[in-house]
Design a protein around this ligand. Structure first.
Ligand code: R5P
Length: 309
């Protein structure tokens, strides 16, 4: 039986695109909202599933930027689905939060990526996401105890660069981005360099740019998995300006963009800012619905015992 998607508020458009990519041309259920959410006057969350789900495989669709307001409704929705007899409850979270605090940098800090993973692993049966920020960890299975499926944005990012940027030079912001940037560069048929980054605080970042003189005729393309405060990209744009380079194109997989960051990056001198549609944002230009659909189909097929289509 086909997977029933339950979008949390704000995820309807992305979820609709996924429905289309999954080949669900007739809404399920036809013409009806599947879930209702609201806040009670005291701020608590109200959740209702408005369609019969007993015996059905369901998946909650909720991208997890700004996660703290979303997680309680998500957990309540998953539990409601179980109580109403869902056969399985998956989670499609194109952006997976809390991946960056992956160690105790200072004595006494919480390693929240592991705690968040434990919380979600208790709430749902499987997870599909896009390029989680794996830095000091090599796989989600190190912290998630449920089956996970990861979509890689690199091929689609490379395709966008090939079609939109002439003679690109790919620039990764830090050593940890090296492998990922090399994959995009390889697929885009472009050279790449990686900067050295030092982060002293949330908004206090400095970068060192290597000698780029041999690529003077190329358009710089900054690529990063997450853009949050945009300080990393802004600092890089400034270095390129000091070297009188062409204004760079900035590409993010996950356009988290905290308040004001997008405008600051534009004003700093980015020629163009584009992102994948893992978080709704005006910069969305690279559609990953097809890749997401394949991953969801694989995971759903594994859970329901049918062959992935
Ligand atoms: C860090 O390791 C990530 O890959 C990004 O470079 C980082 O999240 C960017 O953050 P911001 O936009 O706040 O500089």
């Amino acid at each position: 039986m086909r997977l029933l998607l339950l979008p949390l508020p704000g995820n309807e458009k992305m979820c609709g695109a996924l429905e289309g990519a999954l080949g669900h041309f007739v809404p399920d259920p036809p013409g009806r909202e599947t879930v209702a959410f609201r806040r009670f006057p005291d701020g608590e969350s109200y959740v209702r599933i408005k369609t019969p789900i007993a015996g059905r495989a369901v998946a909650i669709f909720c991208t997890l930027d700004r996660p703290d307001d979303k997680v309680l409704p998500l957990i309540f929705l998953a539990e409601t689905a179980r109580q109403l007899g869902a056969a399985s409850v998956g989670l499609i979270a194109p952006y997976l939060a809390y991946m960056r605090q992956d160690r105790r940098f200072i004595d006494g800090e919480g390693v929240t990526s592991a705690y968040f993973a434990a919380l979600l692993s208790r709430a749902v049966d499987w997870l599909v996401t896009v390029d989680p920020h794996l830095h000091r960890r090599t796989s989600l299975s190190e912290i998630y105890s449920i089956p996970t499926e990861v979509v890689h944005a690199a091929p689609r990012v490379a395709e966008w660069i090939r079609s939109n940027v002439q003679r690109p030079l790919l620039i990764g912001p830090d050593e940890e981005s090296g492998q990922w940037v090399a994959a995009v560069a390889g697929a885009a048929g472009a050279p790449s360099v990686v900067l050295q980054k030092v982060r002293r605080g949330d908004r206090d970042v400095s970068v060192t740019v290597p000698d780029l003189s041999r690529w003077r005729d190329r358009t710089p393309v900054l690529v990063d998995d997450i853009v949050s405060t945009a300080r990393t990209m802004i600092e890089t744009v400034r270095h390129l300006q000091l070297e009188n380079r062409a204004a760079p194109v900035c590409v993010a997989v996950h356009p988290v963009f905290v308040a004001g960051a997008y405008d600051e990056l534009r004003q700093a001198g980015a020629a163009r800012i584009v992102s994948c549609n893992t978080i709704p944002h005006p910069s969305n230009a690279i559609d990953l619905s097809g890749e997401l659909a394949r991953a969801v189909d694989t995971r759903h097929g594994a859970v329901s015992g049918r062959r992935p289509g």
